[in-house]
Design a protein around this ligand. Structure first.
Ligand SMILES: *Cc1c(COP(=O)(O)O)cnc(C)c1O
Length: 376
């Protein structure tokens, strides 16, 4: 009998080794990974990330945030580039969103935050309360107050909830966990303009969409906007636990000495992995190629599944793709796995693909061939 809480539904296999886009189970069976963990190992199991981790482990793997940390500075510079942000590092997506909620409240002196129905922002009390899905909150009692839930892709719904009390609006630009729902361009630009006009902070949760997942470093680049605050985690250190909250420099007073912190946040191993990963993401043409791969995958799936009566829609952005289907998700996932392909689900009726951005054309076509058989 397992000594673990049974809060996860685990498949009956264990991955014990990985290389590039492939995972190996204890019997030596090889699987092509179209999940990247859950959008975490965005560069696959990359030799440069591994080398950076090994080299950092040889030097020092932890110092507290009471001392200088040049690796944090280095990662912040790579994340920010020419933009006008400051970074705070923590250990997970939920924590990054906690930091975003806290800085937004403190900087504005207001408490209300508008989020969206079917959103997902994490499992801590703050981020769970921000989440617009009742099933995530069931049985846990009162959440953090002052969250309001608007309809996604509906600016009038945001306007009807906004008031003098609104500190911020917070959203994913592609809702991930609830089924790969991309935001519409008009909605996002309208929302950004509305927030600016009303002095409401705009927070973009890039925990799943960030780090090249959508074919840009950050998904907000697709929409031509710049949020006041955005959060990162999943793909940031390619599998080492980490999170980050980036906020415009104008918010710095709200996070002064002693205001917020994290024991492990910005740990040296996480920062070494993140820095190595960012070097790869920033190579000339890398993100453009990742976007082209995502577009190819989505186009091929659309063609391949066009006449499939059990597939209602293929949608997504970059390498974040959902296949909406009336077929049994558990069976589809198991069937893909039996054929050597790892895929995810999202919401109640979507097969979610989050392949490594480093996939080769051959690997893409292998995965497509397996998906064709699985959906046949
Ligand atoms: C996964 C996810 C989170 C939560 O991240 P954790 O690291 O599990 O806390 C928050 N927001 C979004 C959009 C996510 O996809």
């Amino acid at each position: 009998m397992s000594k673990l809480f049974q809060n996860y539904k685990r498949a009956a296999i264990e991955f014990v080794k990985a290389e590039g886009s492939y995972l190996f189970d204890a019997d030596g069976k090889k699987y092509l990974d179209f999940s990247s963990g859950i959008g975490v190992t965005n560069l696959g199991f990359h030799p440069q990330v591994k080398a950076a981790l090994q080299a950092q482990a040889d030097r020092i793997w932890h110092t507290p945030n009471l001392y200088q940390n040049s690796l944090q500075e280095e990662v912040a510079e790579k994340l920010i580039g020419d933009r006008d942000y400051l970074a705070f590092f923590c250990n997970s997506g939920a924590e990054a969103n906690e930091a975003a909620i806290k800085i937004a409240r403190k900087a504005t002196g207001k408490q209300e935050i508008i989020t969206f129905k079917d959103s997902f922002h994490g499992r801590t009390f703050g981020s769970m309360s921000a989440t617009g899905q009742d099933k995530i909150k069931e049985g846990f009692g009162d959440g953090v107050p002052h969250f309001l839930y608007a309809d996604y892709n509906d600016l009038s719904s945001v306007k009807s909830l906004a008031s003098e009390r609104t500190a911020a609006v917070m959203l994913e630009l592609v809702q991930g966990e609830s089924g790969i729902h991309p935001a519409e361009a008009d909605f996002v630009t309208g929302l950004a303009a509305f927030c600016q006009d009303k002095n409401i902070l705009l927070i973009v949760d890039e925990v799943q969409t960030g780090m090249g997942r959508t074919g840009k470093l950050y998904s907000f680049e697709h929409y031509g906007i710049e949020p006041d605050i955005f959060t990162l985690a999943k793909g940031l250190a390619n599998g080492v636990p980490v999170g980050a909250m980036l906020g415009k420099t104008k918010l710095s007073a709200a996070f002064g000495y002693g205001s917020h912190g994290s024991t492990f946040g910005g740990n040296k191993l996480a920062m070494a992995a993140a820095s190595a990963g960012l070097t790869i993401l920033k190579e000339d043409g890398f993100l453009e190629t990742a976007l082209a791969k995502g577009n190819y995958l989505q186009d091929q799936l659309k063609t391949m599944l066009a006449d499939n009566p059990k597939v209602t829609q293929v949608r997504g952005l970059g390498c974040m793709i959902g296949i909406e289907t009336s077929a049994d998700l558990g069976q589809l996932v198991a069937s893909a796995r039996a054929k050597g392909l790892i895929v995810l689900t999202a919401g109640s009726n979507v097969i979610r693909l989050l392949p490594p951005l480093t996939l080769t054309k051959d690997e893409l076509d292998q995965g497509l061939a397996i998906l064709q058989e699985v959906f046949a």
